[in-house]
Design a protein. Structure first.
Length: 376
């Protein structure tokens, strides 16, 4: 009899716990449908550690979306000339895919499209192999990166009107989305300082907003053929001068006018790192879905979580569903992030401030996310 009562009590406790977990998860999904981390793809060396991080940490923190910045660090079979170093194999990617599948995490690859085809004085793989795609062919890279430099050049772009560029980038997109088994693709498209350049034989004199919007539509339409969604960063769609947000987090070259020209099903990742600017309201008012993104300031991340919840709570039914949630972005390597994430108090001196700030911001964001879910 005692054994029966003990068994019955254990069943009741188990059912109660499961009911709470399911209920809390449903509440969290309603509060913040997207709870994301964006980080560089791991290398072969730290792949297993990263998979463990997915299984133990992302699952426990209720992260449900993972954007991996893969770029050219994959062993592309369709375009082997564009394989960078280091590069993951398809079997290594599948380890990440299976871990995300197990933990119900939506896995989305990112390859920078249009902008970010160079960094400082180093040309990226696409323009290294295909220099004819360069939007600013007459501008030489400076010997040393200084902003602003004599050429006013930060990161190069490919020419969106080059007749061969999409044959190449579509191969990359299709292959990486297939191996990632992804229903979406992140195209980057942030910090596009060079578009419609006077030295470009195709884009010179063209309206910059129309060029930007046309490239968004081209990528979006290609993805839609296979039932995939396009995600992009939102900075080029904000007027940096009128808002005072500036040249980094917003546009000074009029690409912001493209906001009225792009398809409404494009997902906007709206990054603001120093202040929790309220621009998600602007994107949703334009009919676009938006995610608020943080980096290395815990107080900004926490406020973005609170704002996202309030925006959904105090908006019309039409606007509410466009506030998708929040994202932590990591711009250091996986190894640096994990070192800071797992560092103990006695190890703090061996971890740089930057390596500690980013994991701390991630922890603060998801502590607030999960606290908000438990309150309901």
């Amino acid at each position: 009899m005692k054994k029966c009562l003990a068994y019955l009590l254990a069943v009741i406790i188990c059912l109660s716990t499961n009911a709470y977990t399911v209920g809390a998860q449903q509440t969290l999904d309603s509060l913040l449908p997207v709870r994301a981390l964006c980080i560089a793809a791991p290398t072969s060396k730290n792949l297993d550690s990263f998979v463990t991080f997915i299984n133990k940490e992302l699952s426990a923190q209720n992260v449900n979306t993972l954007i991996l910045r893969i770029d050219f660090n994959y062993q592309y079979k369709s375009r082997p000339e564009l394989v960078g170093t280091p590069a993951l194999s398809s079997s290594e990617v599948k380890k990440i895919v299976r871990a995300c599948e197990k933990n119900k995490i939506n896995l989305i690859p990112q390859v920078n499209m249009l902008g970010h085809q160079s960094w400082a004085n180093k040309v990226g793989k696409l323009l290294e192999v295909y220099p004819q795609f360069d939007e600013t062919p007459a501008v030489q890279m400076p010997e040393k990166y200084v902003w602003p430099n004599a050429e006013n050049l930060y990161c190069k772009s490919y020419c969106p009107l080059h007749p061969d560029v999409h044959k190449v980038v579509f191969d990359l997109i299709d292959e990486i989305c297939t191996v990632f088994e992804s229903n979406a693709f992140h195209a980057g498209m942030d910090e596009v300082f060079y578009i419609g350049d006077d030295n470009c034989p195709r884009c010179s004199g063209r309206n910059k907003a129309e060029l930007f919007a046309e490239e968004v539509r081209t990528l979006r339409n290609h993805l839609a053929e296979n039932g995939r969604k396009l995600w992009i960063w939102g900075d080029r769609l904000i007027d940096g001068k009128t808002t005072g947000i500036g040249i980094w987090e917003a546009s000074f070259n009029n690409t912001h006018q493209a906001i009225d020209l792009i398809p409404k099903d494009v997902v906007i990742c709206d990054w603001h790192y120093n202040r929790p600017d309220k621009t998600p309201v602007y994107f949703t008012a334009k009919g676009l879905n938006v995610i608020a993104c943080s980096w290395n300031k815990p107080e900004v991340a926490v406020q973005q979580v609170n704002d996202a919840i309030d925006f959904r709570k105090y908006s019309t039914a039409e606007m509410k569903e466009r506030y998708l949630g929040v994202m932590e972005t990591v711009w250091s390597s996986v190894s640096s992030f994990l070192k800071g994430y797992y560092s103990k108090p006695q190890e703090q001196q061996s971890v740089s401030d930057e390596d500690k700030k980013v994991p701390d911001t991630f922890k603060a964001m998801f502590e607030q996310v999960n606290k908000s879910g438990r309150k309901k």
